[in-house]
Write a protein that binds this ligand. Structure first.
Ligand SMILES: [Zn+2]
Length: 160
């Protein structure tokens, strides 16, 4: 489990206080090279207040969670981050019932999400999931490689 490995709990809590913190983090990873509209291929965009991007040409909106491990997570991005953290920092393998109880989700939800996380971790490296945020980029703290680069449009961040 490499995800969040070596991450200090207090740092983690400090870094991800709100859903917005998580979305901003995902947004930085996802578009750190460049933004390209999924619909029309245009390169210019505006960043919205929830860290989704809106294409300057066709107005297509892409959330920072789209096509990542956190796509369509129904129990909240922050909870999902914490489950990932728990999974990657604990030495024993977690049971779905434990995670369900600890995070207040159903056991089925816990099992499905944990499966997704494991698959994403397995497939990172040699077989990254097409279009997904590579999980090996998803390490904070311990293995930080400097500041995550920002795409050129980030300077004109605009509150919509
Ligand atoms: Zn577009």
């Amino acid at each position: 489990m490499e995800l969040f490995k070596g991450q200090n709990l207090l740092q983690f809590v400090e870094q991800f206080k709100t859903d917005s913190d998580c979305l901003e983090y995902l947004s930085e990873i996802k578009w750190h090279e460049a933004y390209k509209c999924l619909k029309c291929g245009h390169f210019g965009c505006q960043t919205r207040v929830n860290f989704s991007k809106i294409c300057n040409k066709c107005s297509y909106i892409e959330s920072s969670m789209a096509n990542t491990l956190f796509h369509k997570v129904k129990f909240g991005i922050r909870k999902a981050f914490y489950i990932c953290f728990e999974m990657s920092t604990t030495t024993k393998s977690l049971s779905a019932s434990y995670v369900a109880e600890r995070f207040g989700v159903t056991e089925k939800t816990a099992r499905l999400f944990m499966h997704k996380v494991r698959e994403a971790m397995k497939s990172s490296g040699t077989h990254p999931i097409e279009g997904d945020v590579h999980i090996d980029e998803f390490v904070i703290g311990g293995k930080e490689e400097g500041k995550v680069g920002r795409s050129y449009d980030s300077k004109k961040k605009k509150i919509v």
